[in-house]
Ligand binder design. Structure first.
Ligand SMILES: Cc1cc2nc3c(=O)[nH]c(=O)nc-3n(C[C@H](O)[C@H](O)[C@H](O)COP(=O)(O)OP(=O)(O)OC[C@H]3O[C@@H](n4cnc5c(N)ncnc54)[C@H](O)[C@@H]3O)c2cc1C
Length: 374
């Protein structure tokens, strides 16, 4: 019998949905609560590395996802000059295995929908528009009160509720999230033929200008810049900012049209890492609730998926929830995630200090690590 029979997952994002699939498919009764009224209603593009695809394949999601995005195996580095001159073309490692692309671009709402459909198919019960008001763990289980006043007892609660995790606060874990000093515009738009993979440009009007194809006719572009304190902007003003930043880049950028303000998302780079263990008794944090890094290596979702996969494997193969299980979870996750967070921050430091760092070298180092199974 697995170590748990009934689990509550708080948060139906990438890590929560993945944990729900793994456990429900293993015969555990899983409830998922999500405070938003529906899944994946909004969102930008997402770049998934091979190690994320490996987990998605194990969860039974990859076969449906592969037709809903675009895979590729190299990364271009271009100059911030009048032609967007190609400076280097790096063959990316297929970190998820030889039969999965090195990198895959898709649209976040598509990924969210497929994950939640699979979780429901595996037997998880998902309640939208619901959160919790109290989580009370004891030695044998966890009593939870939901915002709809229902109460229930679980063997385990998984806090997969993201960067600002309320579960983290509820169990008394103090974690300071810091702003890195870089802000990012992401824009979903039409893909011109010259955009065939991710090309990055360091320097120019922004720190980084990049893009990722998400389908035959779609892509998303991103521009990461220093904080400009522009204040609240209307959608039309946001579009103007994006257009003026993008106008400083050339090559394929000359063919990318920015016309739809609805496709724009603006946010900041943030970082935190919770030292192990990530549990307090029978409540455990995974994904962004435990660690978050600037997306300079596009590994956040991959690390979140790996957390869910490893936790699921341990819970299904152990016979009880005890220190041995949590030590194993920490041993398999903490240093791997720390390396990714540190490397992502190292890239930010190069950008902020104007250092010409070895980007392909850093990518290769992280790729070698994440090629090994979590
Ligand atoms: C600008 C940017 C770009 C990124 N790009 C990439 C990329 O290209 N590739 C990549 O791999 N990673 C990327 N990431 C990182 C990636 O998005 C995250 O690591 C990933 O989404 C974490 O998933 P999660 O499920 O842990 O958290 P989240 O995606 O934040 O999901 C948490 C869920 O919990 C819900 N929730 C929150 N509080 C409660 C509550 N109290 N009760 C119930 N539900 C709650 C939320 O509504 C949400 O649905 C990027 C991050 C940023 C900021």
């Amino acid at each position: 019998m697995p170590a748990v029979r009934k689990v509550l997952v708080v948060g139906a994002g990438i890590s929560g949905a993945a944990a729900a699939i793994r456990l429900a498919a293993g015969g555990v009764a899983v409830d998922v609560i999500e405070m938003l009224p529906e899944a994946g209603a909004a969102g930008s593009g997402i770049t998934l590395q091979g190690n994320a695809l490996r987990v998605l394949r194990e969860l039974g999601v990859w076969d449906r996802l592969r037709a809903r995005g675009h895979g590729f195996d190299s990364l271009g580095i271009r100059a911030p000059d009048a032609h967007g001159t190609l400076l280097a073309e790096v063959t990316d490692s297929r970190t998820g295995g030889a039969d999965l692309p090195a990198t895959f671009g898709t649209y976040r709402p598509v990924l969210a929908r497929l994950l939640l459909d699979r979780a429901a198919q595996a037997g998880a019960r998902i309640r939208f528009g619901t959160s919790f008001t109290a989580i009370r763990p004891d030695d044998d289980g966890v009593d939870v009160t939901l915002t709809d006043h229902r109460t229930a007892r679980y063997d385990l609660v998984i806090g997969a509720d993201g960067l600002r995790s309320a579960v983290r606060r509820e169990i008394g874990v103090d974690l300071v999230t810091r702003e890195v000093g870089i802000e990012i515009w992401r824009v979903v738009t039409a893909r011109p033929p010259s955009v065939e993979r991710t090309d990055l440009i360091f320097g120019g009007p922004a720190y980084i200008a990049g893009y990722c194809p998400t389908g035959p006719d779609s892509m998303y572009a991103y521009l990461a810049e220093a904080p400009r304190h522009r204040g609240p902007l209307s959608p039309a003003e946001s579009l103007e900012v994006v257009r003026s930043l993008a106008a400083g880049y050339h090559g394929p950028w000359d063919e990318i049209a920015f016309t739809d303000p609805a496709g724009i998302n603006f946010t900041k780079f943030r970082a935190h890492l919770l030292d192990g263990p990530w549990n307090r008794g029978r409540v455990v944090l995974i994904g962004d609730a435990a660690h978050t890094s600037p997306p300079t290596l596009a590994q956040g979702a991959a690390m979140s998926l790996e957390d869910a996969a490893v936790l699921g494997e341990l819970l299904l193969s152990a016979t009880k929830v005890d220190d041995t299980l949590w030590k194993e979870f920490t041993a398999r996750r903490l240093e791997r995630v720390r390396t990714v967070v540190d490397a992502s921050l190292e890239m930010c430091r190069w950008l902020l200090e104007g250092v010409r760092g070895d980007v392909p070298g850093l990518h290769a180092r992280v790729a070698a690590l994440v090629s090994r199974r979590a």
